[in-house]
Design a protein around this ligand. Sequence first.
Ligand SMILES: Nc1ncnc2c1ncn2[C@@H]1O[C@H](COP(=O)(O)OP(=O)(O)OP(=O)(O)O)[C@@H](O)[C@H]1O
Length: 235
Amino acid sequence: MANIVQFENVGLRYGTGPETLSDVSFTLEAGAFYFLTGTSGAGKTSLLRLLYLAQRPSRGIIRLFGEDAVTLPRRRLPGFRRRIGVVFQDFRLVSHLSAYDNIALPLRIAGVPEPDIDTPVREMLAWVGLSDRIEARPPTLSGGEQQRVAIARAVIGRPEILVADEPTGNVDPDMAERLLHLFDSLNRLGTTLVVATHDLHLISRISGAKMMRLDKGRLNDPTGALRFPPRRDET
Ligand SMILES: Nc1ncnc2c1ncn2[C@@H]1O[C@H](COP(=O)(O)OP(=O)(O)OP(=O)(O)O)[C@@H](O)[C@H]1O
């Protein structure tokens, strides 16, 4: 399968401080499932922000979908970002909008006509098990329910890559299992998954997933295995 993401000697420095990420090089294969681990402050969120184009690197090469993402003209950013769904660590739901309207938001922003929005939003709500909470606003939802709205919002535009930052950080083990099941089912449909987590149990539950470990801003990849991850059916 083709490489969907390529980082080459990427460095990231905030302001005049030391480098947060140094010489980060890896490739991600389309359709694979990756976990990103590392201690707190190792740079996981920073790496994900580079990946979903919220941040430009200080140096190095980033190629996304076969194109140079670092020099991408500003006008092309929205089109690229639509191909990447993001589940943020803190959900970032719009608190005055219902679950339904939060999930519909990406389609509305993309200019999808209103009659074409209802069916996919209801399908998403059913998929994440929230059909009975359509009108609920985020502050009235539990952490796990908010997380599921955030996942539905991230995937409703059928992104090629789904990035999730500590998606199980605020939920109990049963909910973590359920969220993982959603990610796994998406991956089986062909979406490339990149999930940052501290949860080693979670990692062990996805057979064939690849692990990337950050240590003080450097990617620990002594075997080079990340460059050639086996396909799911080879593991
Ligand atoms: N916007 C910023 N400005 C300055 N420094 C930052 C910024 N964002 C992150 N950092 C610093 O970069 C380092 C890595 O942070 P990052 O959030 O990427 O780590 P992390 O591995 O995701 O941590 P955690 O597991 O605690 O979420 C930290 O030292 C952090 O203080």
